[in-house]
Design a protein around this ligand. Structure first.
Ligand code: DQQ
Length: 479
C-alpha cells in the first residue's frame, strides 16, 4: 500500500473503532489490531519517527511487520505505510522483529531481527529521505549465527551506536550455563560485524536467562542499560560505568512499577534529550481483546535523566501539556484521617491530574480514580509512605469479566521534607503515573458508564492537599 492508500485505510480503521470507550485518545496505538514493541525510534530532519511491532491482521501477536508513524511534536501522530514486511523465502519470512534506526552518515538504516528458516538473524534495510520506503540489504542476514557460548535459539533485538573507532551493536541473548546477556559486536561499515564478548551478565535467578530488547546509552556522565529479561517478563534498568567495552552496573531496579510496561526503546532528539517509549500491554483476556479488535498501546514519551541519588528518573515529555484543555484547580484543602474527599465536579476518563500533597502524619495517601457514585467500581493509587511504595489496586477497577484484578507496585520512597507530587494521566483504559522520578503504567476497563469520579484520602493520619489541577485532555486522533 502506498502512503495515500495506507492513510485512507488507517483513517477508516480508526473511525471504525472510535466509539470504543476503552480506546485511548492520546496514547499512540495502531489503526487497529496488534501492537507490541516500539522500534526504530529516531528524530530525523525535525520529525519524530515511531516504528512498532505490528500485526495488522488480528488483535493478537502473529506474522509481525513494522508499522510506522511520524510526529512533529511527539504528541500528534500520522500513520505511514508499513516499513518492513517479511519477504517470502527470505531470512525474515516469518517476521520482522524488533530493531533500531541508525543515521549512517545521512543514510537512514534499520537493523532488525529477521526470523526465518535459520532462526533469528540480524538484517538491515536502507531508507529513502522520508524514511517511508525501505530497501532490504541483499546480503541479509548480517551475522550468520550466534557465538557458540550463546543459546542458538534466542538472538534478537538491537541497539547500535558509534564510538571513535567504529560502530557497536548489542544483541539480546542468553549464555549457555550462565544467564541473560547482551552480546557486543563491532563494525567499520554497519554490515560486517565482529563478535567481541557479552557486555555484562546478571544473576539468572532475578535477571533471567534471556534478555529481550537491550538498550544502552550515555546519560549525565554514566551509562544506562535497559533490558527485558525472560522468563520474568519485566523491564529493568541499570546505571553504571562503561569502559574498555565492558559495562559495570552500579545500581538498578524495575523500570516501571505497574507490571504491564515492556520492551521499551529510547533515542536522543536534537534538543539533547533522551526520550523513551514502551509497550503497555492489555490488562484483560484474549477474548476481550479479540472482541475489541485492537490490542496494545505505546506509553507516553518519557524523558530520562539521572536523579540526584544516581537512580534513573522518568518524567512525561513537556510537549504533553499541549493536550491540556479546561482545568479545575483546588488548593489548601485539609484531608482528615480516613475521611475521603471527593473532588466535586471533577469527572472524566481523559484527564491529567497534577497533584501535590503534604503528607502530614498520614501513613498512606490514596487517590481513587474512575469511581462510580455507588462505589462498586474504583481504582486506587496508593502511596504507602511507611513502606515507601507506590501501588495500583485494581481489585475493584471493573465489574467486567476477563479483566485483571490485582495490586501491582514497587519502591517509591518519600523524599524527606518534600510533598508528594503525582502526575496521573488517565486515557480511558490507560493509567500512567509519574511520582518522584518513578513511573507506573497500568490498564483498567471500568464497565459502569458513570465510573468517572475522583477521591482523595489520607490513611492513618491527616494530610493537606496543597494543590491539585485536573485538566481535560484532548484526543490526538481526529475521529
Ligand atoms: N518482541 C519482538 C522480539 C522481542 C519481543 C517480537 C519483546 O524481537 O524480543 O515481536 O516483546
Amino acid at each position: 500500500m502506498d502512503t495515500q492508500a495506507f492513510t485512507e485505510f488507517a483513517r477508516a480503521e480508526r473511525a471504525r473503532l472510535a466509539g470504543d470507550r476503552h480506546r485511548p485518545g492520546y496514547h499512540f496505538l495502531p489503526p487497529s489490531n496488534w501492537l507490541n514493541d516500539p522500534n526504530g525510534l529516531i528524530h530525523w530532519r525535525g520529525r519524530y519517527h515511531l516504528f512498532y511491532q505490528y500485526n495488522p491482521d488480528a488483535p493478537h501477536w502473529g506474522l509481525i511487520r513494522w508499522g510506522h508513524a511520524v510526529s512533529d511534536d511527539l504528541v500528534a501522530w500520522h500513520d505511514l505505510p508499513l516499513a518492513l514486511v517479511p519477504t517470502p523465502g527470505g531470512p525474515d519470512e516469518d517476521g520482522c522483529w524488533s530493531g533500531c534506526a541508525i543515521d549512517a552518515d545521512g543514510q537512514p538504516m534499520l537493523i532488525y531481527t529477521g526470523v526465518g528458516a535459520a532462526g533469528q538473524r540480524p538484517c538491515a534495510a536502507f531508507g529513502d529521505d522520508d524514511l517511508v520506503v525501505w530497501r532490504k540489504h541483499p546480503g541479509n542476514p548480517l551475522i550468520a549465527s550466534p557465538p557458540p557460548e550463546a543459546h542458538q535459539r534466542d538472538f534478537r533485538d538491537h541497539v547500535v551506536w558509534r564510538e571513535a573507532d567504529g560502530w557497536y551493536q548489542l544483541l539480546g541473548a542468553g549464555l549457555v550455563g550462565a544467564g541473560g546477556t547482551a552480546l557486543l559486536y563491532r563494525s567499520d561499515d554497519l554490515l560486517a560485524w565482529e563478535y567481541l564478548h557479552p557486555l555484562c551478565t546478571g544473576d539468572p535467578a532475578t535477571m533471567g536467562d534471556m534478555w529481550e530488547c537491550p538498550d544502552f546509552f550515555p546519560l549525565d556522565g554514566r551509562h544506562v542499560l535497559i533490558f527485558s529479561p525472560l522468563p520474568q517478563r519485566q523491564t529493568l534498568w541499570q546505571v553504571g560505568r562503561y569502559a574498555e567495552h565492558r559495562f559495570a552496573p552500579e545500581r538498578g531496579d524495575l523500570l516501571d512499577l505497574g507490571g504491564l510496561f515492556y520492551a521499551p526503546q529510547s533515542f536522543h532528539d536534537s534538543a539533547g534529550r533522551r526520550l523513551m517509549f514502551g509497550w503497555i500491554q492489555e490488562g484483560r483476556d484474549e477474548a476481550s481483546q479479540q472482541a475489541a479488535g485492537w490490542s496494545g498501546v505505546m506509553s507516553l514519551p518519557r524523558v530520562l535523566s539521572l536523579l540526584p541519588d544516581g537512580r534513573l528518573g522518568q518524567a512525561p515529555a513537556p510537549e504533553l501539556e499541549r493536550l491540556r484543555g479546561p482545568a479545575q484547580h483546588f488548593e489548601g484543602i485539609p484531608l482528615a484521617a480516613d475521611t475521603p474527599l471527593r473532588l466535586e465536579g471533577v469527572r472524566g476518563d481523559s484527564l491529567e491530574i497534577d497533584i501535590e500533597i503534604d503528607p502530614g502524619d498520614a501513613a498512606a495517601l490514596v487517590l481513587r480514580l474512575r469511581c462510580s457514585p455507588d462505589g462498586r467500581e474504583h481504582t486506587d493509587l496508593i502511596w504507602d509512605r511507611t513502606a515507601g511504595r507506590l501501588e495500583i489496586d485494581r481489585r475493584a477497577s471493573s465489574l467486567a469479566a476477563g479483566t485483571q484484578r490485582d495490586i501491582q507496585g514497587g519502591v517509591c520512597p518519600p523524599e524527606p521534607g518534600q510533598p508528594l507530587r503525582l502526575r496521573v494521566f488517565l486515557d480511558r483504559s490507560v493509567v500512567e503515573v509519574f511520582a518522584q522520578g518513578r513511573a507506573l503504567a497500568s490498564r483498567i476497563y471500568p464497565e459502569l458508564p458513570d465510573s468517572l469520579g475522583i477521591e482523595l484520602a489520607a490513611r492513618g493520619g491527616g494530610a493537606t492537599l496543597r494543590a491539585a489541577t485536573v485538566y481535560e485532555m484532548s484526543s490526538t486522533w481526529t475521529h
